[in-house]
Ligand binder design. Sequence first.
Ligand code: NAG
Length: 270
Amino acid sequence: MRLPGVPPALPALLLLLPLLAPLLGTGAPAELRVRVRLPDGQVTEESLQADSDADSISLELRKPDGTLVSFTADFKKDVKIFRALILGELEKGQSQFQALCFVTQLQHNEIIPSEAMAKLRQKNPRAVRQAEEVRGLEHLHMDVAVNFSQGALLSPHLHNVCAEAVDAIFARQEDVRFWLEQGVDSSVFEALPKASEQAELPRCGQVGDRAKPCVCRYGLSLAWYPCMLKYCHSRDRPTPYKCGIRSCQKSYSFDFYVPQRQLCLWDEDP
Ligand SMILES: *[C@@H]1O[C@H](CO)[C@@H](O)[C@H](O)[C@H]1NC(C)=O
């Protein structure tokens, strides 16, 4: 039995605070730090930031191998940006780190609105959170390059997020078509070797010569993110109200062209 007006227990103790939030002031982005379980079972800390003025959400987590993964959702521009800062193995003669940026279209049901994210609070910051829903692996073929110096025309976040990945910002033809229809300038995008030619290129794992071009694959996971709002009913209110979130986990795999196999040294064992 439940008392009238008391919402059902929220398993993760993550609450939306519609009444308190206005008192917390606006302007400064709100940050939530959560401990999350990665798909391989290890635990890491994840930071989620929401900026309701800019209408954006960003998420950052460090993988056990040191890779820093970040995700930015720009609701104003229908853009999402994935970035990976991959630590090089210095003893193998690799540079300190390599940065990759993947830019794709943001769908509106992928993640909760920034204004709801900004109101999210947790009661128990020590709890290790595991996503309630595991969404399937999405495989993306990145066949267009993004010109960094023109990137602000696509999303104002690109300059900050992809500053280390100037020569490695990738998008997809199908998303480019959508953005062009939205009025984004075509100077943002540059052709890469055509998909048909790329299809004939070998995967980097099968190429011995480090100077040869190949198709590189990089995978990453968003271990935990609020993907949907939950609604509660109360006798005191005429309509259901937002009272919590549903959490999701999702993995992505990106294929992209590299002019030299040495830019894809992690793709070792296909
Ligand atoms: C990127 O755009 C700028 C400005 O249009 C242009 O000068 C530059 O050549 C472009 N970069 C590449 C690699 O095409």
